[in-house]
Design a protein around this ligand. Sequence first.
Ligand SMILES: *Cc1c(COP(=O)(O)O)cnc(C)c1O
Length: 358
Amino acid sequence: MNILNDTKSINVTLTKQSHINDVDWNNIPFGRVFSDHMLVMDYADGEWKQPEIIPFGDLLLNPATSAIHYGQSVFEGMKATKAENGDVFLFRPEMNAKRFRESCERMCMATIPDDIFVELIRKLVDIDRDWISTKEDYSLYIRPFMFATDDFIGVKPSETYKFVIFTCPVGTYYTEPVSVKIEEFYTRAAAGGAGIAKTAGNYGAALYPAKLGQMNGFHQLVWTDAKEHKYIEESGTMNILFVINGVLVTPSEESDTILRGTTKRAVIEVAKSWGMKVEERQVSVNEVISGIKDGSISEVFGAGTAATIAHIVKVGFRDEILELSPVEKRPFANKVKKYLDDLKAGKIEDINGWCLKV
Ligand SMILES: *Cc1c(COP(=O)(O)O)cnc(C)c1O
């Protein structure tokens, strides 16, 4: 029996007690408020079992659960948005499905066909659609993840997995413009490593260098290449983009060390459609530092699902702190953010077919 051939057969158990009225909608801490339901699906005996939507709650785990010990664990981050008329949209979910599958492959884990992944998300979001606020900058953050569940202490790919999706109502991620430090010692990902996968260990390993940066007053690090620390890679959980002499420039994804962001891809495609020149290439630390100093770099911003567009206003490099133009003076980043926000809120025509209606 393969349940995945028929996602209509998802078992649904609705909560008896919704806690939606407990939420303070004017003050939602990011990622700490959970909506009423979650989806759970187990893999065993070489196949996915029946998916279930159940009230959000704890999972029971054996202490030997292999993901905890050896890190076979991958995740995605997506958002559902709501238009004034109540329509709910997912933004290019097929891209997340593909990246999730590729992350799983990199980590020797079971995979979920892309169309099924999207359909499971749709079903869960539909059930908790009342949790999506139409307020500006609000959305429902979606966290699909999978981890190895073999109760076995031995380093080998697990034979069983659990796939879970839960969701969180969220407002803005950064409440202020971002300051970053260019990191020249620690490394997020090396060529041949797992930097291209959204796998748990990448984030755990980044906490310590990020903490050192935070102690010096920076929100985030900008990672550089592992080999020479000469080239810019990305920042925290965002990709990084620059406007240099009117050209949109961003580190190329040819290496396997940069996470291939869906937000960055959308920004690039929108910029091209507006006739802007885009370069995906190596970006050296030197070029960035001298470009900020001589004014040829007019905008620097991060792009990621959680923050969408995060203006970077301060860049720390060795003993220097370089200030960038104020947020109001960033025509491109502001325009593209508004375009993407309006698109996801159903306010403008979806000419590319990027918004999937739930
Ligand atoms: C998730 C993530 C991004 C952004 O990807 P989006 O698809 O735009 O959300 C960038 N870098 C890292 C390391 C990430 O984990």
